[in-house]
Design a protein around this ligand. Structure first.
Ligand code: GLC
Length: 477
């Protein structure tokens, strides 16, 4: 089956969060398991692309309201990613380095709507005008959620009307809300159907996708249940469309995320050499961060945003220090400019207890997974969460809030067969208690090692998840 993924992110070319990881690995596993899966992505002008080799395969003009724009499709030749990647180059829209944000200012690009409307339109123009076949169009998040609307409603794309569409919700917090008047930027459709774009008086791209896609998936079962309860107004719509919704837990790319072979690590290790391997990586981590010796290290990796609970970390550090909690804390990531300032201040005030690197750094992230003892994920919302899965593969015990995919993948050590530290309420108090439980576990060397060995052996690979998607695609034909 030909599955065409259309997305704003795809690792290693463009990654702002977990969406990039998923789109950079699911197609590879679909291919391994007998399908032909490819990806269509905007052609960003970033560092990675500078050393990539591409081949121009198509040039066209596409409509955007009453005007037109030119676009080019190139195929990635080198490096090989395990699937075909097609890049949509739209001069004036994507010839910039950031996916959503301007890396210099930290703020979102002003023309998000024009960028992603034109990307989706150009992708469809190529699909109807070029020779790339699709049996299923798989869209991801609101940036590509208008595709199911356009293939089902726009006369111009009627040849794709019978092609099943899947929309995966990686994050219902972002919905792509615009003015209803912006609907005029889309190719003509029967105006009686304009309500399909509308939610509470706005053009809501995610809502339009939920209404018109053949199937809607969420990245864990738990997250689907949560969205049916609350999705910033879309819960009512999701309840109406429940019959076509299904939760499919993400996997991880165990070829990339393997401490035994990880090229980002200077000290590789497996579960047989766990204690020694973790110790060596912890020493290397100490060369990168100022932290006390022989204390458990709790790390946070990811976007510094409310959703991930990053705003709880500063208080956690202050309060843990005041209460004399014997630990070290590390933060790696970028996000809210205000939090950047707060973390910079904390590094000065708590030298040796807390350290941070406020940047996106894939190599350092791998070292942190390998060298830390615990990974903190105090998320307010976590549709699936991949970091807890990476950390477990590296023998680092996750400390997570019980929500979405975290609840689905990390049972508490207090439960039978449990292997993580889980807390319920989003509060400083519960987070500190969880950290203290972590310190206690660390001090019980035998139990700590047992847990670390256990989590390294868990299988969260894409093989199973890709099979679930294959079943879904087959059911749509
Ligand atoms: C989003 C979600 C995260 C999920 C990822 C991949 O980034 O916030 O929880 O793991 O998408 O689906």
């Amino acid at each position: 089956m030909n599955i065409v993924h259309i997305s704003a992110e795809c690792y290693p070319l463009a990654k702002a969060g977990g969406l990039g990881d998923v789109v950079g690995s699911l197609p590879k596993y679909l291919n391994k398991q007998g399908d032909y899966a490819s990806v269509i992505l905007p052609h960003y002008y970033n560092k990675w692309m500078q050393s990539a080799q591409t081949r121009l395969i198509y040039e066209g003009q596409a409509p955007l309201g009453s005007s037109a724009f030119g676009f080019r499709i190139s195929q990635l030749i080198e490096p090989k990613l395990g699937f075909d990647l097609f890049l949509v180059d739209i001069p004036g829209r994507f010839d910039r380095p950031g996916v959503y944000l301007d890396p210099w200012s930290g703020y979102a690009y002003w023309d998000e709507m024009e960028r992603f409307f034109s990307f989706q339109i150009a992708a469809l123009e190529w699909l109807i005008g070029g020779d790339h076949m699709a049996d299923v169009l798989h869209c991801h998040d609101h940036h590509t959620a208008l595709i199911p609307f356009m293939t089902s409603q726009c006369e111009r794309y009627s040849v794709l009307k019978e092609t099943p569409t899947v929309l995966t919700i990686h994050n219902g917090e972002y919905q792509g809300r615009y003015n209803m008047g912006d609907a005029s930027l889309l190719p003509p459709f029967n105006q009686d159907k304009i309500g399909l774009l509308d939610w509470e008086g706005s053009l809501n791209a995610l809502a339009a996708g939920i209404k018109t896609a053949w199937s809607v998936t969420t990245v864990s079962e738990g997250y689907l249940d949560e969205l049916l309860d609350f999705c910033h107004g879309l819960e009512i719509l999701l309840r109406q469309e429940k019959a076509k919704c299904i939760g499919i837990l993400n996997g991880i790319d165990t070829e990339i995320w393997d401490p035994a072979t990880d090229p980002y690590l200077d000290e590789n290790y497996s579960s047989d050499s766990l204690s020694e391997g973790k110790k060596r990586n912890k020493s290397l981590l100490k060369e990168q961060f100022q932290m006390g010796s022989d204390r458990p290290v709790f790390s946070f990796i990811g976007r510094l945003v409310r959703e991930k609970g990053a705003d709880l970390i500063p208080d956690l550090i202050r309060e843990s220090f005041n209460q004399g909690v014997d630990a070290s804390f590390i933060v790696l990531g970028t996000g809210d400019p205000y939090l950047h300032t707060v973390f910079e201040g904390l590094v000065n005030n708590f030298t040796g207890y807390f350290d941070s690197r406020l940047e996106y750094n894939e190599k350092l992230a791998h070292l942190i997974y390998a060298g830390s003892d615990f990974l903190l994920m105090p998320s307010r919302v976590e549709p699936c969460g991949l970091n807890q899965l990476y950390s477990m593969r590296y023998g680092t015990v996750p400390v997570v809030r019980k929500t979405g995919g975290l609840a689905d993948t990390v049972p508490d050590i207090g439960e039978k067969g449990g292997y993580g530290i889980v807390f319920d309420e989003f509060s400083l108090e519960e987070l500190i208690t969880a950290v203290k439980r972590g310190v206690e576990l660390y001090q019980n060397t035998r139990k700590f090692n047992q847990i670390r060995k256990k989590i390294m052996g868990l299988n969260f690979s894409w093989e199973k998840a890709a099979r679930n998607y294959q079943q879904l695609y087959a059911s749509l034909k």
